[in-house]
Design a protein around this ligand. Sequence first.
Ligand code: ZN
Length: 241
Amino acid sequence: MIKKEHLVISILLIIILVFSILIISNIEDKTEAPQMPCRVTLANDSDDPGTVEVIRGIGNPDGERIAYVVGVHPLEHLTHETLVRLLPTVDGLNCCYDIYIINVTEDVGSYGGSFNDYDDPGRQNGQNLALKYIYPQIQSGNYSLAIDVHSNVGAYDYKTFVFSPVEGGLGERYAREVADNCADIAYYAPDSTTSGPYLTIPLNENGIPAFYFEEYSFAEQEIKDQHMLELISAVDNIYIV
Ligand SMILES: [Zn+2]
């Protein structure tokens, strides 16, 4: 005759065993799942004035592929960091995003420095890295759209805006759609850009729609966050043709 206490202890042990097996199998499932998104180094050559990384696979893996680019102009890093921090936190994204990140390490410069935009060596370093490493990746990467993220010191008619440096194509069309759907983001195309020839112009001219997002460099972080979330949502809902 089995004692009642022994029976209770046996049942408890069986319950603990079953739960242990369930927990262990759950952990194994998680380690076997693909680790997306993932951040990898694309370029780390001592001859270059900086490095290039990419975070791949943010959002819906089955969605349209869209590339964001940050770091072309190193002084604008607060806006770049805002995108890198916020995009992975947005739930229910429709599209699949890769963020290309340029980290210029030589001649980063400072606001109020002695160079104009065209002569600034830090800006040129970022532009060169964009053309050398990021342009070929986006060009051959089956992307529906690329967005180059920048900030400005407030010398334009608008402080927070999107535009394509190539008029009349899908880059302009998508940028206008974003501006139409964002209360705080205008469509405004400056007369010229320093970085266009290194990324957004050749992309547009070779089949990948591309536009700029420009934020005001000295906006409060809270405002930068708000604008970035508007951009992220509007981009995610663009009608891709
Ligand atoms: Zn810029």
